[in-house]
Write a protein that binds this ligand. Structure first.
Ligand SMILES: Cc1cc2nc3c(=O)[nH]c(=O)nc-3n(C[C@H](O)[C@H](O)[C@H](O)COP(=O)(O)O)c2cc1C
Length: 231
């Protein structure tokens, strides 16, 4: 299985540790081909809002040097793992959000990628395991059309994994491993009714309100999306 892991914490801390446990268990389940990106290191620029990627091919992004390897890894992967701490206001760190900003062109409102509809994804969060943090990430992924999104919010109550009392730490580790095994064996299935509906609604909006010679109309046409759902 080809897996791409995104780590939203700039330090080797809780998120790094729990991701290691998760990935370690995935590796025990079968062969893994792994690509890893850490933020902000691998995407040190904020989206500058130029909208080049919303009005034309993604290659027009001024941060293409950073975005290209990430985009290619996402396209090639079978599974996407997003690991992130929770920073105030129930959200992910800005450095992780900038990933979703830079890839927003893949949302079904703009230029959905047919490859995405086949992928599964796992969200792993540390901190207070804010439901809102998970909800926001989940909604970004379902807007891309990701086939299945699973998640586990780990309530840490400390900024150091080692400070978690032994018994609780062992229990958490067991749960992370169990979720990793389940995720590995999660079968691909047809996209949900919700995904299909989103696709059809956006197709109708684009075909009615946009015109040939414009982006993303041409993107949808060239990919045959007006004739057939890429699902
Ligand atoms: C700027 C900042 C804001 C944070 N805000 C919260 C918060 O609102 N609620 C919470 O439970 N933890 C919060 N935390 C703690 C981290 O989410 C938590 O310690 C996390 O596990 C750290 O992950 P890391 O060790 O991988 O960096 C915050 C940490 C930072 C640096």
């Amino acid at each position: 299985m080809k897996v791409v892991v995104f780590n939203g914490s700039p330090r080797i801390g809780n998120t790094y540790t729990v991701t290691k446990v998760f990935m370690d268990e995935l590796a025990k389940c079968g062969e893994l081909e792994l690509s890893e990106f850490s933020f902000p290191k691998d995407l040190p620029e904020f989206c500058i809002g130029c909208q080049n990627c919303l009005r034309g091919p993604r290659e027009n992004c001024p941060h293409k040097t950073y975005v290209d390897p990430i985009y290619e890894a996402v396209m090639e992967a079978d599974a996407l793992v997003f690991a992130t701490p929770h920073y105030g206001a129930s959200c992910m760190p800005g450095s992780m959000k900038t990933l979703f900003d830079h890839l927003a062109f893949m949302e079904m409102t703009i230029a959905p990628r047919k490859e995405i509809f086949q992928k599964k994804s796992f969200i792993l969060t540390t901190g207070s395991a804010s439901k809102q943090n998970i909800r926001i990430m989940k909604s970004c992924l379902t807007n891309w059309g990701v086939n299945r999104v699973r998640y586990f919010g780990i309530k840490m109550y400390t900024n150091k994994w080692d400070k978690i009392p032994g018994k609780r730490r062992m229990r958490l580790e067991r749960t992370i491993r169990k979720r990793a095994r389940r995720f590995y064996h999660l079968k691909k299935r047809s996209p949900s009714i919700k995904t299909r509906m989103k696709f059809l609604i956006n197709r109708s909006v684009i075909s009615r309100f946009m015109h040939e010679g414009n982006y993303p109309y041409d993107y949808w046409k060239d990919n045959g999306y007006f004739k057939k759902m890429p699902l």
